[in-house]
Design a protein around this ligand. Structure first.
Ligand code: GLP
Length: 246
């Protein structure tokens, strides 16, 4: 594991610079993206770098990590909409370059969507770089505590605490969807390289538990300790607990 601690003020631009240096190495590359507060400015900074350097993105494939079930793709809180606004639109990706869970509804047979997602990742040669955030309970994607490490893309019930942490985005807690579809922990671990991003002191405890504690399904992100090419990019606030003891 490689740990990079950045000052909070320049977190997004520096993290984007690091990511950019990796993704410019290969033209045909598959990238996995996670939505969340943590990555908003990072995505925007990455878009800026790509534009400024006129990087050819025509052979890039992107995969959105997860999606709320029941939100249409043009809903401002859908992961697709957010990724499009934060990054994809600015770098002019073509629709065929964007893989996402399209208008998934609870009444559909979602096993088909899950299988198709795994197959499209495979047909693009696997994910080269997966960007991740981390939930306060250690979730990655929407893999909540207790999710088996062997899980592939699947449907989950969103943890009540996770729904509470997303309530600010919706008009009320009740409107936060109760289900999501997410790449599984195994699908994430199969990425060739993983970047885990976290910032702010609210993430300090979970970062310590995930990176320094036992590997357990109670903390889904703890499995990342076993990934051969994990880079953790966090700000000084999120690193607070590990700085004192490591
Ligand atoms: C979400 C997403 C994750 C994201 C995480 C952290 O619900 N499913 O992909 O990484 O929560 O979100 P935030 O960055 O807002 O703390």
């Amino acid at each position: 594991m490689k740990l990079i601690v950045l000052d909070s003020k320049h977190f997004d631009s520096k993290a984007a610079e690091i990511a950019y240096q990796h993704l410019k190495r290969k033209q045909e590359i598959s990238l996995g993206f996670a939505t969340g507060n943590t990555t908003i400015r990072f995505h925007k900074a990455l878009a800026k770098k790509i534009e400024e350097n006129k990087l050819d993105v025509s052979k890039i494939n992107t995969f959105i990590l997860d999606e709320y079930i029941g939100l249409p793709k043009n809903h401002p809180n859908s992961c697709y909409y957010r990724m499009n606004e934060q990054l994809f639109k600015s770098i002019h990706l073509q629709p065929k370059q964007i893989h996402f869970f399209n208008n998934v509804q609870a009444n559909e047979d979602l096993h088909i969507s899950c299988d198709q997602y795994e197959k499209s990742i495979e047909s693009c040669g696997g994910i080269d770089i997966q960007f991740l955030g981390i939930g306060l309970n250690g979730h990655i994607g929407f893999n909540e505590p207790g999710t088996p490490f062997e899980s592939t893309t699947h449907v989950i019930n969103i943890d009540e605490n996770s729904r509470l942490s997303k309530a600010y985005m919706f008009e009320s807690f009740e409107l936060v969807p109760t289900k999501a579809i997410t790449m599984g922990i195994k699908s994430i671990m199969m990425a060739k390289q993983i970047f885990l991003l976290a910032k702010g002191n609210s993430k300090a405890d979970i970062i310590k538990q995930a990176l320094c504690g036992p590997i357990t399904t109670d903390i889904p992100a703890s499995i990342l300790q076993l990934h051969p090419f994990l880079t953790v990019i966090i700000d000084t606030l999120a690193a607070e607990k590990i700085d004192k003891t490591e």
